[in-house]
Design a protein around this ligand. Structure first.
Ligand code: ATP
Ligand code: MG
Length: 280
């Protein structure tokens, strides 16, 4: 894992590099500076709401610096990268993530975005013409729980960073996104070595219990996750056409991983749903 821990009085700029989607991210002392994008002000307003509502497991919005960059608090901890390291395959990790997301949802619920809210999206997403899968929004949430956006402390998920894809969504969409990465909802051929033989229905049920998923959410998860993966596949293809970083993701595996995930989930879905909805 990338060690991002420890405070610092040092004012030198240290580049922070994730999957390379956002260029120019640096750490200065206990802050992170990121380029301002059209959605930055809206996301800062959302982050401020989360902190006010008692959810402190996200960067604090600290405005704009003298160079016109967004300023956020640096969140100490370790950030994993794909493939998920063996120590993140533990069920306790999934349970802690579910609880973290539940706390985020509860803090976000009831917040109304400003009238001029602007949200981010994957480049090229506007050219994808199949229906969104998170309409009828219930709340604003993170929507992108890839490993590089989850900060671990003491071996467990402790905070979330990179709210670039936050927007109004549904709880179940957000859950499906987290499970895609962390159950994971992937064909065994595409999982990290530590998760190749994992009992995915059991892991999904452990997440569901820790989150407190309702009966309706348990019924809805698999069909929604299939539609999410279909849409995600088309979105990544559109992004690959317009952005070289996404072209790299596509060529390096997304192209085949997503259809394989869809086929695997079509096949395993009934087992997952029956485990999720078994009498509790
Ligand atoms: N507020 C923060 N606190 C601690 N670390 C951070 C923070 N913001 C970013 N980082 C570090 O910088 C990396 C890249 O930042 P971020 O996720 O915002 O950019 P990105 O280009 O969208 O990356 P990715 O595509 O990996 O999600 C993170 O994975 C993390 O290691
Ligand atoms: Mg990120």
């Amino acid at each position: 894992m990338a060690d991002t821990g420890g405070g610092s009085e040092d004012q030198t700029e240290v580049p922070l590099i994730g999957e390379g989607v956002t260029q120019g991210i640096v750490r200065i002392g206990d802050t992170v500076r990121r380029p301002v994008r059209p959605f930055t002000a809206t996301v800062q307003t959302y982050l401020a709401h989360l902190h006010q509502a008692g959810f402190s497991a996200a960067p604090k919005p600290l405005g704009i610096d003298e160079q016109g960059r967004e300023v956020l608090s640096f969140v100490p901890g370790d950030v994993p990268r794909e493939p998920l390291p063996a120590e993140t395959a533990d069920e306790e990790v999934l349970i802690a993530l579910a609880r973290l997301i539940r706390r985020l949802h509860d803090a976000a619920e009831g917040w109304t975005p400003p009238a001029d809210a602007t949200w981010g999206a994957i480049p090229g997403a506007e050219t994808v013409h199949i229906a969104h899968v998170d309409e009828d929004a219930e709340l604003v949430s993170h929507r992108d729980y890839c490993p590089g956006n989850v900060v671990f402390r003491d071996g467990l998920p402790a905070a979330l960073i990179d709210f670039d894809l936050a927007k109004p969504t549904t709880r179940i969409y957000d859950i499906a996104n987290a499970l895609y990465y962390w159950a994971p909802l992937l064909d065994p051929a595409d999982r990290a070595p530590a998760l190749v033989d994992a009992d995915i229905p059991h892991r999904v049920a452990a997440f569901a219990d820790a989150y407190g998923m309702t009966d309706q959410q348990r019924h809805d998860l698999v069909p929604l996750a299939i539609r999410m993966i279909q849409r995600f596949h088309l979105t990544m293809r559109a992004a690959a056409d317009v952005d070289p970083v996404f072209q790299g993701f596509w060529d390096n595996g997304v192209k085949d991983r997503m259809p394989r995930a869809e086929a695997w989930l079509e096949h395993q879905g009934p087992v997952i749903t029956s485990r999720l909805t078994a009498r509790r």
